[in-house]
Design a protein around this ligand. Structure first.
Ligand code: COA
Length: 287
């Protein structure tokens, strides 16, 4: 829908999914580069380098290739991040060209090495849809500045990844997780947030440059986070998140943006915190 301006028919969707599924293999030279990036690197830097390296290997000659490059990036970004992650953290070279129904399933399969839990696949799919496109945000702006000079798609997306990395933009989902993790209980969270507000600290995952009363994406991801919380028998994380939400509204009339409940949702699915923002890249590239 984002590419063509209208929803695909069921057949068109199947064809497009098949097309992406056929483009998941990573070139050897790209794998070599990914293997040289240290485990301590920031995963958003891995995404940036992966995208840029692909641009060297599969250069663009003219603008008729834009759709093909977009498809190739959507098909390879989950493999780029998980290939590096599994190699640098677990010492294994994964095959990124695996059977998987969609981008969500592809990422979860590569990360965990097993078929994904259907609930996790559904929630990640919803998450990718929520993040896919969001008008004139900072990373889109960056990509458009680059495009305005008639540059190539890989350069546009590489630059956009750099903008998305910051904690005031895509990096907020990771920063929100670190914040929530720093509290051992609802009471500690309430006290901690009040202290932070008194110091005029920013609370990550709250507020928005355009929305004034609520972020419509929040209600959706919050509902899924609750369902995941129940499914794993969580007694703490969701309650702390809700307590922070309540307090931020009472104290500052600030609401959670899409990033805040994404943090707990991703955690319940067993996704390492440092991979949260790369998921945003896998999605927003389509926008
Ligand atoms: N925590 C604490 N205070 C916040 C806040 C937050 N997350 N977001 C906004 N505020 C404060 C601002 O400092 C400002 O206070 P002031 O009037 O005393 O200067 C007031 O609320 C109004 O800010 P507003 O104009 O609505 O926000 P903005 O357009 O300047 O910034 C963001 C928008 C998204 C950059 C900002 O809300 C933010 O940094 N949020 C945290 C990072 C984040 O979650 N980013 C992801 C966005 S989708």
């Amino acid at each position: 829908m984002l590419f063509n301006g209208e929803l695909p028919s069921a057949t068109e969707l199947e064809q497009y999914k098949k097309r992406l599924a056929g483009m998941r293999a990573l070139p050897e030279a790209l794998k070599d580069v990914l293997e040289r990036i240290p485990a301590g690197a920031h995963p958003m830097d891995v995404m940036r380098t992966g995208c840029s390296m692909l641009g060297n290997l599969e250069g663009e000659d003219d603008f008729t290739q834009q759709q093909a490059v977009s498809d190739r990036l959507l098909a390879t970004l989950p493999g780029i991040i998980t290939y590096w992650y599994r190699y640098s953290h677990d010492g294994v070279r994964i095959d990124t060209d695996v059977e998987a129904d969609n981008i969500a399933a592809h990422f979860l399969t590569l990360l965990h090495g097993t078929d994904p839990d259907p609930l996790h696949q559904r929630v990640l799919d919803v998450s990718l849809i929520l993040y896919a496109e969001h008008e004139f945000n900072a990373s889109t702006f960056t990509a458009r500045v680059c495009a305005s000079t008639l540059s190539d798609m890989h350069s546009c997306v590489t630059g956009a990844i750099g903008s998305l990395r910051g904690p005031l933009h895509g990096g907020a989902n990771e920063a929100a997780m670190d914040l929530i993790d720093s509290f051992a209980s609802v009471e500690a969270a309430e006290k901690g947030i009040l202290d932070m507000l008194a110091r005029k600290d920013k609370i990550m995952g709250f507020g928005h440059a355009v929305y004034r009363e609520s972020d419509p994406r929040n209600a959706l991801i919050k509902r899924w986070s609750k369902e995941l919380s129940d499914s794993v028998g969580d007694q703490k994380l969701f309650a702390i998140s809700e307590a922070i939400e309540r307090l931020m509204w009472e104290e500052k009339k600030l609401f959670p943006n899409a990033d805040f409940f994404h943090a707990s949702a991703y955690r319940f699915m067993g996704i390492p915190t440092k991979l949260f923002t790369p998921i945003f890249v896998m999605s927003r590239t389509s926008g």
